[in-house]
Write a protein that binds this ligand. Sequence first.
Ligand code: NI
Ligand code: MN
Length: 228
Amino acid sequence: MSITITWHGHATFTLDFDGTRVVVDPFFAGNNPAAKLAVKDAAAEFILQTHGHGDHIADTVALASRTGAQVIANFEICNWITAQGHENCWAMNTGGGYGFPFGRVKMTPALHSSGLPDGSYGGDPGGFLISTNGTNIYVAGDTALFSDMALIGQAGLDLAILPVGDNFTMGPDDALAALALLKPEVVIPCHYNTWPPIAIDVQAWADRVRQHSSARPVVLDIDASYTM
Ligand code: NI
Ligand code: MN
């Protein structure tokens, strides 16, 4: 199986599993200052929603409604998505896993918050461990560093997608510490440089990753892809 990861800016990715497109945290041009792609031009068969903040969910209903994509999210967010008029939402909760056509998805914990844009309760924030044909991809979501990342790393990670921008999530130092727990083969950074409070020197961070971890950093340009 060929898996291609495309970064649209901030925490929005398309994971393409042999043509099945899984969009993580839809936040596209017009809403996302880092993005070039508009939601009307995005494609998805599935949407993975880590939590309910606007910089992750602003374009979820628009993308899901036009494409018919199934949203995968926690129970509270699914109720909210359904109330917005999109009924194709698969509810999960922390620690649970389920098999989808592109792979098994397990909802992992995240240390963050999760209010929805209209003030509704968004349940607990999360991340996702996606396992398919022996390949394990960890999408951390917005999170602080937590020591149970070592348990997630026990799966044997081929790729980890981590927030590194500081202020709202882990910063560069804690993301480096996370790599010591997760031990992924490759790390792709996200959630940085979208706005001034999360501006970092990502190439300097990538140099530190090369020097102080066993992971290979892949720093993507906007709409650039990494194929594994
Ligand atoms: Ni957030
Ligand atoms: Mn965020």
